[in-house]
Write a protein that binds this ligand. Structure first.
Ligand SMILES: [Zn+2]
Length: 548
């Protein structure tokens, strides 16, 4: 009895404060905006600090911030604070709109339209900086709309007991035409929220997502997700952007995007972060662990797409080759780990480095583990050991924890952690890294070089600027020749370029690979043994833990 009383007192204390949000879509002039009203009980000491969206690239536009009298809004350095009578009820209100009106190149920060709103909490909500957990209440004052967010789907009101940071690190969508689809993933609900017209149906996207969720949750043997939201927001800017939040994943895309392997790869990558970066944290080291949180996520994304049937064996090998090429041709491929921490946001090539390095390192460790265990273990098992330690002891992903938990599977781990992950040595790819049905070749590195002045030759079809000694030269192309036919792809050194030269009485064909060799060590590339892949497909796939 006593224990129960203490327990319920504790639970009440954890969530007895309420923070209420009313969200009212408005049109001011011709601009769609959202009026936000917030009510909360101020601190006993008379000052409540606020967490505001940072003004800048990622934030929606916050305007007309005010509080009801007698409370007063002030600045304390960079931060907004409210001064009020001790423990007084505070009513704060403001307006939020998209950056650049309705031109949403900054749409991740906040898409606010006349009949549709899509927000990230941290970029749009001012939140009182209260200790511990509070009840957050949310109400959309928008008749005829539907809402879905990180805490639930359907209806116009939500209530959740959580911390201020979790409330901010969350997605919020609502609209007149918001469509909700419930997917049953191994007995747990996943909701898909979409708006607008896409090149694919909600059912088609839902089916593909369900397959990816199932493969990933089966991989981790973890269904401890009472609720999950995938929110697809139509943007007018080109391309797409995906990000994971509390119980959710947001994808901002132009509605003409195709539901192809690239898009599904983005989904699978982000969903894998629910574990690598989510349940397995790296807080203490952050950028120094990107090779693991991003690179290993890329490795498993590809593997799980193979296991879920989105990738064929051919797709898998092509994806590995693309990654190996990118890694080996990167100018920063041998930079030490500290360079990643220092220049991740300053240098595009450095930003890609942890993805590439970690992915190739994972390929290597998996092959090493499989060889050492005669196929009984793989990198899967090392990852599972890390998740178990995270769940049981709060272990974070760090060089120390990975050394401790992965080394029993292969002695390569400890050496590579220092020589590669930290110091930046080149990852050596084992020839058996893709199992028995693909062999590794070592190729001399090449760069694209057509070998003559294409633009200068195009207008009157007379060849100009042939580079002496180039592949074009060696194939017989000379200045002054007349072009009668062209079949080539710009920028691809692996695709044969073909030209037909007009001559008296007919045409002759000149064909060559538009490439020149560049200095540096030979680069690994995998070639699928096609006969074997046909005959023993089940065995080829089984090596990856996949079924035909
Ligand atoms: Zn990522």
């Amino acid at each position: 009895m006593l224990l129960l009383a203490v327990l319920s007192a504790h639970m009440a204390a954890a969530c007895d404060e309420r923070v209420r949000y009313a969200l009212s879509p408005e049109v001011v002039g011709s601009t769609a905006s959202l009026r936000v009203d917030v009510w909360f009980k101020g601190s006993p000491d008379g000052t409540t600090r606020l967490k505001s969206p940072e003004d800048g690239r990622d934030s929606a536009v916050i305007e007309d911030v005010r509080v009801d009298k007698p409370a007063k809004l002030e600045r304390e350095g960079e931060r907004r604070v409210v001064r009020h009578k001790p423990s007084a009820e505070v009513h704060l209100r403001y307006r939020v709109r998209s950056q650049d009106g309705d031109n949403d190149t900054h749409d991740v920060a906040g898409l606010i339209r006349k009949d549709y709103v899509h927000l990230v909490g941290a970029h749009a909500f001012i939140v009182p900086d209260l200790e511990g957990e509070s009840v957050f209440e949310l109400e959309w004052k928008a008749p005829g709309w539907t809402s879905a967010d990180s805490f639930g789907a359907g209806g116009l009101t939500r209530e959740v007991c959580t911390g201020a940071d979790t409330f901010r690190h969350a997605l919020y969508a609502a609209g007149k035409g918001l469509r909700l689809t419930e997917l049953d993933v191994r007995g747990k609900p996943v909701w898909l929220a979409t708006a607008g017209t896409w090149t694919f149906s909600d059912e088609k996207l839902g089916g593909a997502l369900k397959g990816i969720f199932e493969a990933e949750r089966a991989f981790w043997n973890d269904d401890d997700f009472p609720y999950y939201l995938v929110s697809l927001a139509p943007r007018t800017g080109s391309g797409w952007h995906g990000s994971a939040f509390t119980n959710s994943f947001g994808l901002w895309a132009k509605p003409d995007v195709e539901l192809d392997a690239d898009l599904l790869e983005t989904f699978a990558h982000e969903l894998f972060h629910a574990w690598n970066g989510g349940k397995i944290r790296k807080d203490d080291l952050e950028a120094r662990m990107y090779w693991f949180s991003e690179g290993f996520t890329d490795y498993f994304t590809r593997l799980l797409l193979l296991r879920s049937g989105v990738f064929s064996l051919e797709d898998y090998v092509a994806n590995v080759n693309k990654r190996l090429d990118a890694y080996h041709s990167s100018p920063s491929r041998e930079e030490p780990n500290e360079r990643i921490a220092k220049d991740f946001w300053n240098d595009m090539d450095v930003q890609y480095l942890p993805y590439r390095r970690g992915d190739v390192l994972a390929l290597r460790w998996n092959a090493e583990i499989k060889r050492a265990s005669k196929g009984r273990s793989s990198l899967d098992d090392a990852m599972h050991a890390l998740l178990k330690a995270s769940a049981e002891k709060g272990t974070q992903a760090s060089p120390d924890s990975i050394r401790e938990l992965f080394s029993p599977f292969s002695p390569a781990v400890s050496r590579d952690l220092d020589a590669v992950a930290e110091k930046g040595g080149l990852v050596e790819v084992p020839p058996d890294a893709l199992g028995p049905c693909a062999r590794m070749t070592l190729e001399t590195p090449v760069a694209y070089e057509l070998g003559f002045d294409y633009d200068g030759s195009w207008k009157d079809k007379v060849v100009r600027g042939v580079v002496k000694g180039s592949a074009a030269w060696k194939a017989g192309l000379r200045d002054g020749a007349t072009l009668a036919g062209i079949d080539m792809v710009h920028g691809d050194p692996g695709r044969e370029a073909r030209f037909w030269i007009a001559e008296k009485g007919g045409k002759t064909k000149i064909a060559y690979l538009p490439a020149r060799t560049i200095p540096g060590p030979k680069r690994p590339r995998f070639v699928l043994d096609e006969k074997r892949a046909q005959r023993d497909r089940a065995r080829c796939l089984a090596w990856f833990g996949a079924k035909p």
